[in-house]
Design a protein around this ligand. Structure first.
Ligand code: B12
Ligand code: SF4
Length: 489
C-alpha cells in the first residue's frame, strides 16, 4: 500500500449546452510534490482527476469511484485552485464519510488566506498545507507516520486535540529553484496533455492590487537559471517528443539578461522548439523580442489590464497606457500571435476609464492582437478584495459565472444558467460563505458590471445575449478566446 494518495483537482472543465470543453494541463504543482515525496523515500499513488473517464466529474459518485478504485492510501492529499474550492470541500466531506479514519490534507493555492475559516467550518479537513510542498509535504508525512506533534511542521494549519485551529510558522520559500528536481513526469502520460506547461519562476515582485500571484507566493519571487529551464525542455523533448512549451508563469521576463541567456542556451543546444510566454510591457524591448522570436517564441502575452492611466495607477500596475501603445504594436511584428489581457469591472473604474480600455482594445485588435478581457475576480488574497469588500456589498449573479467556472455543471441554454438540482449544494455553499468564495461575487452589478458587459458585447468581445442579461455561450470559439489565459490554443 502506498504512503499517500495525491489527487490533482486543478483543471479546466466547462460545459456549453451539449458541448464539453476540457483541456488537460500537466498538473505541475502536485507533480513537483510527488517527486519530492518519492525522493524522500515515500511511495506515492498519484491520480490526476482531469483524466477521469466521465463527463460528470462533479458527481460525487464519479469522484468516489475514481478515488476508491484502487483503494487510496491512509493519507489523502488534494490540490485545488479557488474556483474548485466548493467542489473540493464537498469531495473531502464525501471522502471523510467513506474513510472516517484517513487523514485528509488540502494543498494548492485555493485555500490560501482562508485556512482558518476552512478548518473551523469544515471539520472533515484535517490539515492544510500552506505554500510550497516540496519540503513541507515530506516533513508532514513523516510527522503523521511517526505520530509526531504536527505543531513541529512549519507551513501547515490544522486543528489540534482541543479543536483549536493552529497555524505553524510559514516555511521559508525555496530560493534556489534549480535545486528542485523536475516534476514526477513518470506518473503521467504526457502525450494526453495539451502542450506542456512550465514554470520558469515562482512568484512576482510587482504589487498589482487585484492579482493573487504575489500573495500566493508570499510576496517573494525567484527564477530558475536559463540553463536549468532549457535542461527540462531538452529532457521533455528527448523523452516525450514535446515540441511546444507554455511558460505559465507571469514573470518569465524577469530581466533582460535572463531572457537573452535563455535564448542563447536554446541556440547552443540547437533546440528548435516552439514556446509561448508572458511578457511585461515595461520589461520587454525590441532586442529581447527579436531574440525570443528567433529562437522559437510563437506567442507573447501581455497583462495590460486597462487603457486608463488612472486605473493602471490605482491597481499599481507599474506602466502607462502610452507605453502599451508603443510596445504592443512592435510585438505584433515579431510574433505570430500577441495576446493582450484586460481586466474590467474594477469597482473604481468609471465609464470614462472603461471607454479608454475599450478604445485601446479595439485599436490593438485592429492591429492584429488577440484581445482577452476578463471580469475582475475578487480573490481573497488580494488587496482589492480586502479594501472593497469592507466598503461595498458583494453581489452574486449566477449568469456571470462563466468568468469563474466552478463545476462545469452550469449548463447554459438560451443564455440562462441551469444548474441540475442535484448540484444545488455547490450554489448553497457559495451563497452561505461569500468570504470564502468571493471570486464568485461582484461589486456593483447594476452600475458597474452589467453596463460594461453590454458594451463589450456590442463591440464583439463577448457573445451576444439572447435573453435578458445572460451570457449566451453557444459560440464556443468565442469563449475559448475569452478564457484562454494559460491555454495552448
Ligand atoms: C498553470 C495555471 C493554471 C492551469 C492549471 C494547470 C494544472 N492542471 O495544474 C489552468 C490553465 C488550468 C489554470 C486555470 C485557472 N486558473 Co490558474 N494558474 C496557473 C499558474 C500560472 C501556475 C500554477 C502552477 O503550476 N504553479 C506551480 C506549482 C509548483 O505551484 P502550485 O500549483 O501552487 O503547487 C505547489 C504548492 O501549492 C503545493 N501544493 C499543491 N498542491 C498540493 C497538495 C498537497 C496535498 C500539498 C501537501 C501541497 C500542495 O506544492 C506545490 C509544489 O510546491 C498560476 C499562477 C502562478 N504563477 O502561480 C495560476 C493561478 C493558480 N490560477 C488562478 C486562477 C484564478 C485560475 C482560474 C480559476 C481562472 C479563471 N478566472 O477561471 C482558472 C480555473 C479554470 C477554470 N476556469 O475552470 C489563480 C489562483 C488563485 C487562487 N487563489 O486559487 C493563480 C494564482 C493566478 C492568478 N492570476 O491569481 N491555471
Ligand atoms: S498582474 Fe502580473 S505583474 Fe501584477 S502582480 Fe500579478 S503576476 Fe505580477
Amino acid at each position: 500500500m502506498s504512503d499517500i494518495t495525491i489527487i490533482n483537482l486543478n483543471m479546466l472543465f466547462m460545459r456549453y449546452g451539449e458541448e464539453i470543453e476540457r483541456e488537460l494541463h500537466v498538473p505541475l504543482g502536485p507533480l513537483y510534490l510527488t517527486r519530492a515525496l518519492e525522493d524522500a523515500g515515500f511511495d506515492v499513488d498519484f491520480r490526476d482527476y482531469q483524466c477521469v473517464d466521465s463527463d460528470e466529474p462533479f458527481e460525487m459518485t464519479t469522484f468516489l469511484d475514481f478515488t476508491g478504485n484502487p483503494e487510496p492510501a491512509a493519507v489523502i492529499g488534494v490540490s485545488c485552485m479557488a474556483n474548485l474550492l466548493p467542489f473540493t470541500i464537498l469531495a473531502l466531506q464525501a471522502l471523510r464519510e467513506r474513510y472516517p479514519d484517513w487523514t485528509l490534507v488540502l494543498g494548492g493555492v485555493g485555500s490560501k488566506s482562508v485556512e482558518t475559516q476552512l478548518l473551523t467550518r469544515f471539520p472533515w479537513i484535517d490539515v492544510i498545507c500552506r505554500g510550497e510542498g516540496e519540503i513541507t509535504g515530506p516533513d508532514l508525512l513523516r510527522a503523521l507516520q511517526s505520530k509526531r506533534d504536527l505543531a513541529t511542521v512549519p507551513g501547515i494549519s490544522f486543528r489540534d486535540h482541543n479543536n483549536t485551529v493552529t497555524h505553524t510558522p510559514n516555511r521559508q520559500r525555496i530560493a534556489d529553484l534549480d535545486n528542485i528536481p523536475f516534476p514526477a513526469f513518470h506518473k503521467v502520460e504526457l502525450s494526453r496533455y495539451a502542450g506542456y506547461g512550465m514554470m520558469s519562476s515562482r512568484g512576482c515582485p510587482y504589487p498589482c492590487t487585484f492579482c493573487s500571484v504575489a500573495p500566493v507566493w508570499n510576496l517573494e519571487s525567484y527564477s530558475r537559471s536559463p540553463r536549468n529551464i532549457v535542461e527540462e525542455m531538452q529532457y521533455l523533448h528527448e523523452q516525450a517528443n514535446v515540441q511546444l512549451f507554455l511558460f505559465q508563469d507571469e514573470f518569465f521576463v524577469s530581466g533582460k539578461r535572463q531572457v537573452m541567456e535563455f535564448c542563447s542556451e536554446l541556440r547552443q543546444r540547437q533546440l528548435k522548439l516552439k514556446w509561448k510566454a508572458f511578457g511585461r510591457v515595461n520589461l520587454v524591448d525590441e532586442e529581447m523580442m527579436q531574440a525570443m522570436s528567433d529562437c522559437g517564441c510563437v506567442e507573447l502575452r501581455f497583462g495590460i489590464e486597462s487603457g486608463s492611466d488612472r486605473v493602471l495607477k490605482a491597481i499599481k500596475k507599474g506602466f502607462t497606457a502610452a507605453e502599451v501603445l508603443e510596445l504592443v504594436p512592435k510585438a505584433i511584428k515579431f510574433f505570430p500571435r500577441v495576446d493582450a489581457f484586460y481586466v474590467w469591472g474594477f469597482p473604481f473604474e468609471t465609464m470614462e476609464d472603461f471607454q479608454q480600455s475599450l478604445f485601446q482594445m479595439i485599436s490593438l485588435r485592429m492591429m492584429g492582437a488577440r484581445i482577452l478581457p476578463s471580469l475582475l475576480s475578487l480573490l481573497p488574497q488580494t488587496e482589492i478584495y480586502r479594501d472593497w469588500s469592507a466598503q461595498k456589498p458583494l453581489e452574486f449573479c449566477p449568469f456571470l459565472l462563466p468568468e469563474f467556472v466552478f463545476t462545469g455543471h452550469e449548463v447554459f441554454r438560451n443564455g440562462n444558467v441551469e444548474l441540475p438540482e442535484k448540484h444545488g449544494g455547490y450554489f448553497d455553499l457559495i451563497l452561505g460563505h461569500p468570504d470564502l468564495f468571493p471570486g464568485f461575487y461582484h461589486i456593483d452589478l447594476e452600475t458597474n458590471v452589467l453596463p460594461k458587459l453590454a458594451m463589450l458585447r456590442q463591440f464583439g468581445f463577448y457573445p451576444e445575449t439572447t435573453s435578458g442579461n445572460a451570457i449566451n455561450v453557444t459560440n464556443t470559439e468565442m469563449n475559448k478566446e475569452s478564457c484562454g489565459a494559460h491555454s495552448p490554443g
